[in-house]
Write a new protein. Sequence first.
Length: 122
Amino acid sequence: MAATDLTAVEVEQLRDLRARLNRIEPGPLGERSVGPLTKGFFDVCARVGLGRHLDGMAFDAAAKAGLPDAAKDADLEALRRMVSNLYVVRETAGGAWRGWLNTGILQAILTRRLVLAGKEML
């Protein structure tokens, strides 16, 4: 099995989590979903080979808007670095994490992982 391969269960987990992230309600109604879905994101990433493996460093806030586009062309190692850095952001951003989540970076990372495994095309 190649490093980019995914099992059927992993593919389903990635797609399900991405769909759930896409359905987070704006405003206070969606706030209750942010914590559990964020935890789910990092758990699923660890399962599919994107777990934190480096000492991540927080992204610059100015880079936030460009991250989904950066994920579109990322290889597996770049995705791992993104996940590590997002973990640091999550731990340090507090209430500002919702702004990072709203950029769509989590969904972009999940989609790119599926593309690298040959399960989806952009």
